[in-house]
Design a binder for this molecule. Sequence first.
Ligand SMILES: NC(=O)c1ccc[n+]([C@@H]2O[C@H](COP(=O)([O-])OP(=O)(O)OC[C@H]3O[C@@H](n4cnc5c(N)ncnc54)[C@H](OP(=O)(O)O)[C@@H]3O)[C@@H](O)[C@H]2O)c1
Length: 283
Amino acid sequence: MRTREVWRIQRAGTLDRLEPHTDSLPDPGPGEARVIPEAIGLNFADIFACLGLYSATPAGAFVPGLEFAGVVEALGPAVPPPDPSGEPTHPIRPGDRVFGLTRFGAYATAVNLGVRYLRPIPPGWSFAEGAAFPVQALTAWHGLTELGALEPGDSVLVHSAAGGVGLNALAILAAVGARVVATVGRPAKRDFLVERCGLSPNQVIVRDRHTFGPQLDRALAASRLDLIWLWDHADRLARAYDRLAHLVQRPPFVGRCFGFDDTPAALRYLQSGESIGKVVLEV
Ligand SMILES: NC(=O)c1ccc[n+]([C@@H]2O[C@H](COP(=O)([O-])OP(=O)(O)OC[C@H]3O[C@@H](n4cnc5c(N)ncnc54)[C@H](OP(=O)(O)O)[C@@H]3O)[C@@H](O)[C@H]2O)c1
């Protein structure tokens, strides 16, 4: 048993209900590790959950947060892997730097989680970059390759391309050799995509109700568009991470970091739509 700090919401409805709280975390159970987060990734789904707009939101009080990166403090009793002939597992030991994917509960200074949802942080990546990676990279990966059957040469429209999922999608599309048309809500985001991601200005549409159609036609020129969760499939996470790591070797772009005490301000910044890349809490 260990005391920890969390950001908790008593009942979904508004971000104003998010409040700091101290509770006790039991020792890690069979197959679990206790991790001390150094950084926590923010997602738009966190805002939807706090507002009560996300169908998976837990009933009653809950701690938001779907991903984090930190150091393994302790391990629970070992359990045999579910399928010894299945996907490769990464041995996790106390002291390891890991990132983790969790179903709520990451806005905390200590977390217990099944080791199969943890992964070593790649060498050279910061904790913030590790915490910025799993949800958005896997979402972009799953949508483009598993659901979208992406092929080299496909033309793909990426909305809000300067956001977390969007930047991951651009990295995957570049690695596969697909054609991209991107949309963003503000000119500063177009400039960011041109400077950082090497897109040409006419590949990036700053959305505007009146000119979107003609701009899209121009960006596509003569071509056409080909393509506009994994919790219950944890056995597929390892394969997805491995293939992602093979395709995209750069760490994610962390646009802005906030302190753990400033969690409500960080969520409001993400909610504003101004953010570029990932918004991260540093613990
Ligand atoms: N299914 C899943 O597992 C899963 C996982 C992660 C994310 N998602 C979804 O993927 C989308 C992107 O998520 P993200 O975490 O990467 O967020 P994000 O792109 O970093 O931020 C959201 C972006 O949406 C755009 N936007 C459009 N209308 C908006 C509005 N009314 N208010 C605020 N922003 C608005 C803004 O960019 P522009 O102004 O440039 O358009 C804003 O920066 C979200 O819809 C999220 O729910 C799904």
